[in-house]
Design a protein around this ligand. Structure first.
Ligand code: SF4
Ligand code: SF4
Length: 460
């Protein structure tokens, strides 16, 4: 079994495509030393035991057969010399491996299984770098599975910043700004990682360490920023990006009106960012200031439900705000609830053909896949693109990447939009204002927010 494993490891390194991987990891020198030693250990042990079997006329299934072959073709003196040599080489390979191991990727042997076990007890990394971050970094086997899905690699040819390299460089204390910051934070690699390492959190934490600055003096304007309007216990937080997509705002207004919802608008006349873009760039203190401000605003106006059209806002509200007593919903969940409760009647009379793009923060980030699809099916026909749900591509305009330029973002948008076009749908639907803007740059087809096609289908 061990020899089969070594053979497979050889095949993976030399012809990775044969095992379904387009790329393999470029290893550090210490990894190469440990890897070479590991590869040598098993064949050398087999050779040493076979020579010993030839001398003692014993051995098992494999070593006994090889021993008989050696005894039949070599003299006792040669066998004795080669026996000594094989045992020395084997001991040297074994010793080299164990000396190199603590400094190499093979530390994953001791950390990977405990990590998988600890996951069951919901152990997670915190907002700041800590010892559990270091433990997770050791658990990366550098298998390279996270390389292939990365769009930075596929579309832009950037091949030195993927999670495996981030973890490697972070472990050896040589992480540079580009590797740290050149990531869309799309979560595609995390979805594939067989060890379940919190790749996004670890990268965010490493940014916080290096970029966080005191923000107390820069955010004094926050105390005068309440420009909210309306009343009611249902609050709507558009967020910066939705405020820049008037069609989504107008559609939400129409939906609220049709459902007879009394809405408190947190930021229709402008307001304060949810804080996640700052968090993504490592400005944790500043992000916390905004979060505290918004949280106070929600409490002051006494809302019990908070709706947002932006998955970026949704994620930070759910994960960082600790809004006890306030239910946080994405508009797809809220609209679905309205339909199920009979408060919103939709007509499929238009009968368009739609395809749906899962935004990273809504799908992989918040696990919301079904509500948008169910809503689309209630107003028309849904066709799925090649990469969908957990495998959906990123639109390329992530706020989490501060390295790639506008042209590179547009290249990613064109590539993922062409996949959506291939579905033949009349309209590309998404449920994120940022994705909507990005996809629009990459296609001539109509791109609509989910709320738009729902608002269009409301029965009068
Ligand atoms: S991060 Fe996960 S998928 Fe990537 S190399 Fe490490 S273990 Fe493999
Ligand atoms: S999160 Fe996305 S962009 Fe970043 S390394 Fe993983 S796949 Fe690549």
């Amino acid at each position: 079994m061990l020899l089969v494993a070594v053979t497979l490891a050889w095949v993976k390194r030399i012809r990775s495509k044969a095992l379904g991987m387009k790329r393999t990891t470029r290893h550090a020198v210490i990894d190469r030393v440990a890897l070479t030693a590991l590869w040598c250990i098993f064949p050398l042990r087999l050779a040493a035991e076979s020579f010993m079997a030839a001398i003692k006329h014993n051995g098992g299934f494999l070593t006994g057969g090889l021993g008989d072959l050696i005894a039949a073709n070599m003299g006792p003196a040669a066998i004795g010399a080669l026996n000594d040599t094989a045992w020395w080489l084997y001991s040297f390979a074994l010793g080299t491996f164990f000396v190199a191991m603590p400094f190499s990727r093979y530390m994953h042997i001791f950390t990977e299984i405990p990590l998988i076990f600890l996951r069951r007890y919901k152990l997670r990394s915190c907002e700041r770098e800590g010892s559990f971050d270091n433990f997770q970094i050791q658990a990366c086997s550098r298998c390279g599975i996270c390389l292939d899905p990365c769009q930075l690699q596929k579309e832009l040819g950037i091949d030195n910043v993927q999670s495996v390299y981030f973890l490697r460089d972070r472990r050896y204390g040589r992480l540079n700004d580009e590797v740290r910051d050149n990531c869309l934070m799309c979560g595609l690699c995390k979805e594939r990682c067989p060890v379940g390492i919190e790749l996004g959190t670890l990268r965010l934490n490493s940014r916080a360490k290096s970029m966080d600055t005191p923000a107390a003096t820069r955010y004094t304007y926050l105390k005068d920023s309440d420009r909210s309007s309306g009343s009611g216990t249902t609050g709507y937080f558009a967020g910066c990006m939705t405020l820049l997509t008037p069609a989504t705002m107008a559609s939400m207004e129409k939906i609220f009106s049709a459902a007879g919802e009394d809405v408190w608008w947190a930021d229709r006349e402008g307001g304060v960012c949810c804080g996640r873009p700052l968090k993504l760039t490592g400005e944790i203190t500043a992000a916390r200031k905004m979060m505290e401000y918004n949280k106070g605003l929600f409490r002051k106006h006494g809302i019990s439900t908070l709706i947002t059209s932006c998955p970026i806002c949704l994620k930070v509200f759910r994960e960082d705000y600790r809004l006890e007593g306030i239910e946080v919903l994405h508009h797809s969940e809220y609209i679905m609830r309205l339909v199920r409760d009979g408060r919103l009647k939709l007509s499929a009379a238009g009968g368009g053909t739609y395809t749906y793009h899962d935004p990273c923060e809504l799908g992989r980030g918040a696990g919301i896949y079904d509500e948008p699809r169910e809503l689309i099916r209630s107003v028309g026909r849904l066709t799925e693109p090649a990469h969908t749900r957990e495998e959906a591509l990123c639109c390329g305009s992530s706020l989490g990447n501060t390295v790639i330029d506008d042209g590179q973002q547009a290249a990613i948008a064109r590539s993922m939009a062409s996949e959506l076009e291939l579905t033949g749908a009349d309209t590309i639907v998404t449920a994120c204002p940022l994705c909507k803007k990005a996809i629009t740059r990459g296609t001539r087809k109509r791109v609509a927010d989910l709320s738009q096609i729902i608002a269009e289908a409301i029965e009068n």
